[in-house]
Ligand binder design. Structure first.
Ligand SMILES: [Zn+2]
Length: 400
């Protein structure tokens, strides 16, 4: 049994803080929450929160643990052998790197993440390694390889296919690898030459076949979609999650609202104001492209948010220079597009759980999973506190 006492609780759904509470955890679950609790607990492990704030462990609905696209001059020596073989391209190197990504993300308070596509099924191995306790990481849900119409521009990330039966076959292949969701790339990557974001990579017939196959196995379908057409075709085919949602017109937003599905806004992918380490590392041409796409992205998400589209936190960490372990910054970006502190926090907890269909996550409530972060200040008043978590509890165990 583990108890946190003297704690103020943001439960993930209510704007009202539960004051001076005790949270009692047992067998990985939350057993009881006692408000205004003065009880002294004996014969169990007790954390005295001294009036600090608890929140449900954060959930990121879109990461890439097998990617680490952060050009780091200091790391290049390690990445390359004398003969010029790039170690970062070896699956074994990728696997070791994912261990660091998983640890950093967990220590940042993210107790659950969904991977939007892994390299050569390294994500499958990592998922098992975390479950077996070989390495420390969040509850890790995976996509296996992304299903693509064109060669992926990350090595080992995509499975190319075409035609409805090709789509079904690729979904089945991901099922074999124990994917938890199906990820489809329905737009060209941002940095492909001569890209057109108005082209839906797959036809409605292809998308529908993939959705049917995934749903028949109880899996959600998450789609990389930038541009109105890719969004519309995806939504019409019945997908569950629209990732990025760049450049959506009113009709696309209307369709999303009608189906009641979630958008994963990935506001750093790309950010109209790229962070310094990205500016240092990328070429002028790439930076311009990122800025321009970022601008379109933020406008689109702002419009969708105002129209009432449901949003869940997602970072795309690992891609576009987004650092693992800085996932909570996305809440601050969501605030920038107009969301309240309360809405940002829900997007990272209870709403993320709803988006991903997690039945016992994202809320501090009896019988829910004992995934909790301790924050120094009231996040409803000072959202920045989410970027500096003090303690992380996953499955009723202290992991930071
Ligand atoms: Zn992604």
């Amino acid at each position: 049994m583990l108890v946190i006492k003297n704690v103020n609780v943001f439960d993930g759904v209510n704007e009202e803080i539960i004051k001076n509470a005790a949270i009692i955890m047992e067998n990985g679950k939350i057993k009881e929450i006692i408000p205004q609790c003065t009880k002294s607990f004996e014969d169990c492990e007790v954390i005295d929160a001294e009036g600090k704030y608890a929140s449900p462990g954060f959930i990121d609905c879109h990461v890439h643990f097998t990617l680490d696209e952060i050009p780091d001059k200091e790391r290049q020596l390690n990445d390359q052998s004398a003969g010029g073989v790039i170690f970062s391209n070896a699956d074994s190197y990728v696997a070791f790197r994912t261990v660091e990504a998983a640890r950093k993300t967990l220590e940042a308070g993210f107790t659950t993440v969904v991977d939007g596509g892994g390299v050569n099924y390294v994500d499958v191995a990592l998922k098992d390694a975390i479950k077996m306790g070989y390495v420390q990481g969040p509850d890790y849900y995976i996509s296996g390889k992304q299903i693509t119409a064109w060669p992926s521009h990350f090595r080992g990330l995509g499975q190319e296919t075409y035609g409805p039966w090709g789509m079904r076959r690729m979904v089945r292949e991901q099922l074999y690898w124990c994917a938890d969701q199906i990820k489809i790339e329905n737009s060209a990557p941002i940095r492909s030459v001569g890209r057109s974001l108005s082209k839906s990579a797959f036809t409605l017939e292809e998308m529908t076949a993939a959705v049917e196959e995934a749903h028949s196995a109880g899996l959600l379908v998450s789609v990389h979609a930038r541009g109105s057409n890719p969004v519309k075709v995806s939504v019409e085919a019945g997908v569950d999650l629209i990732c990025h949602g760049t450049g959506m017109d009113d009709e696309a937003i209307e369709m999303i609202l009608e189906k009641g599905i979630y958008v994963l806004p990935t506001l750093a992918s790309p950010n109209p104001n790229p962070e310094q380490h990205i500016l240092n590392a990328k070429s002028k041409r790439v930076i311009e492209l990122l800025k321009e796409t970022g601008k379109t992205q933020w406008e689109s998400i702002r419009k969708a948010y105002k129209a009432g589209v449901k949003m869940a936190l997602s970072t795309d960490s690992g891609g576009v220079g987004i650092k693992h372990g800085e996932n909570a910054k996305e809440m601050l970006r969501m605030k920038e597009i107009g969301m309240s502190n309360f809405e940002c926090l829900k997007a990272a907890t209870s709403e993320a759980a709803k988006a991903m269909n997690f039945k016992s996550k994202g809320i501090i409530k009896e019988d829910y999973e004992a995934d909790i972060v301790l924050l120094k200040e009231n996040p409803l008043e000072k959202l920045e506190t989410v970027c500096d978590v003090e303690k992380v509890i996953k499955g009723g165990k202290i992991v930071k």
